[in-house]
Design a binder for this molecule. Structure first.
Ligand code: DOR
Ligand code: ZN
Length: 424
């Protein structure tokens, strides 16, 4: 069975490909890239006017199952991923029970299998994400986790974190860390600054994130482990990572569209929709995040897709949960904010969303090389549309981007040769 994608602009950052080519897929595998391919009997997909890129790899997604199915299920989360062009995602372990053992990892993988999206659940670092006892990393690795993380619950105990890093290093697994000092941020709703003052609320200071990034970098340097900083949001945080990389420390980091697009002021107009951890910061931070993307300090763009129910988000700002959905808007926001604005070439934006995260997780994904899985996103980079949360297939409607005009629309998502999403 052949599928022939004809006439698209093929961008494959891993091999430096950027030209008009046809893609021939056989049995879910990329068989050939070439000009004017003619395969008798092949199903033809007309991609003229579209860009063909590796299926996106989103290494930070909250699928909520098991335990919080009212917010999202593996099935609805994967449908949102497919609609957003994402073919591989890393699911965060803050479910109930937490993904702290092989049984939960297997459960999530089984639920994901029929969706066609390649779901890789990350394993929790500590039992129940309680920050007290390490999980069985060897068993988690055998169950297929690509990384370890207690995301959502920053790790405070440094002796435990150091032990975790030594074990993770021995197994060749990266540790993904949500950096915010818990005592400094408590359950506060917004960045500490002008907006928290105006609202009369205690805030989450930038230094709470930066101190933990510094701490993690030092532990990565000392242990030789690979530390990956989740959803970096502050300019000084980016500086710390930049300097550590220059010294050869094995540290990588990711950010999200909200951190290169929005500031804390969004909370004043959008309330709980703009509540997220770490919080939206200042314009200076937004500029620094963009600089970090341009100079390569930041390795990946992820969503931190964090669906919550309308009831939860209807609570007053101090009581509502943090988080925003992102799977159905991330490519468009990245193209709008980074490519159409002239900050990054198209190939770099694609790399940050596919090849680069795949490489840092050592996944055999994120490229259109022959012999690889045919995971492909076909999108119109110029198509303008208005974000409408009511059109989301995610259960989560919690986005601060509702009503925003963006450019770049996913037309088809193909996973292992199967069309798992088609517009309209
Ligand atoms: O805003 C957030 N929401 N940040 C996190 O780290 C966790 C996430 C969630 O699970 O809702
Ligand atoms: Zn987090």
């Amino acid at each position: 069975m052949h599928l022939l994608i004809k006439g698209g602009r093929v961008i494959d950052p891993a091999y430096g490909v950027d030209e008009c080519l046809d893609i021939c897929i056989e049995n879910g595998i990329i068989k050939q890239l070439g000009r004017d391919l003619d395969i008798p009997g092949a199903q033809i997909l007309d991609a003229s006017g579209l860009t063909a890129a590796p299926g996106l790899v989103d290494m930070h997604v909250h699928l909520r199952e098991p335990g919080f199915e009212a917010k999202e299920t593996v099935s609805t989360g994967c449908a949102a991923a497919a609609k957003g062009g994402v073919t591989t995602l890393v699911a965060m372990p803050n479910t109930r029970p937490a993904a702290d053992g092989p049984d939960i990892i297997r459960l999530v993988r089984e639920k994901a299998a029929p969706t066609g999206v390649n779901v890789l659940p990350a394993g929790a670092v500590t039992a129940g994400q309680k920050g007290q006892a390490l999980t069985d990393f060897t068993a988690l690795k055998a169950a297929g986790v690509p990384a370890l993380t207690d995301d959502g619950v920053p790790i405070q105990n440094l002796a435990l974190l150091r032990q975790a890093l030594l074990q993770a290093r021995a197994l060749g697994l990266p540790l993904l860390d949500h950096c915010e000092d818990r005592d400094m941020v408590q359950n506060y709703a917004v960045n500490e600054g002008t907006v928290s003052e105006q609202l009369g609320l205690p805030g989450r200071p930038a230094i709470a994130e930066e101190l933990q990034i510094m701490r993690d970098v030092m532990l990565a340097e000392e242990t030789g482990a690979h530390v990956h900083i989740c959803h970096i949001s502050t300019g000084k945080g980016v500086d710390i990572v930049r300097q550590a990389k220059a010294r050869g420390v094995h540290v990588t980091c990711e950010t999200c569209p909200q951190y290169f697009t929005l500031t804390q002021d969004e909370v004043l107009s959008q309330g709980t929709m703009a509540r997220v951890n770490p919080p939206l910061r200042t314009q200076v931070d937004v500029e620094a995040i963009r600089t970090g993307l341009i100079d390569g300090t930041i390795d990946a763009i992820v969503t931190d897709h964090a669906p919550h129910t309308a009831e939860e988000k209807a609570k007053p700002l101090p009581d509502a949960p943090s988080g925003m959905v992102g799977l159905e808007t991330s490519l468009a926001l990245a193209l709008t904010g980074l490519y159409h604005s002239g900050l990054l070439p198209l190939g770099r934006v694609i790399s940050l969303m596919s090849a680069s995260p795949a490489a840092l997780l050592r996944l055999d994904k994120g490229t259109l090389g022959t012999g690889r899985d045919a995971d492909i996103v076909l999108f119109d980079p110029d198509a303008e549309w208005v974000v409408d949360k009511n059109q989301f297939v995610s259960k989560g409607r919690n986005t601060p981007f509702h009503g925003r005009t963006v450019r770049g629309k996913v037309k088809y998502t193909i996973s292992q040769g199967n069309i798992i999403y088609q517009e309209g």
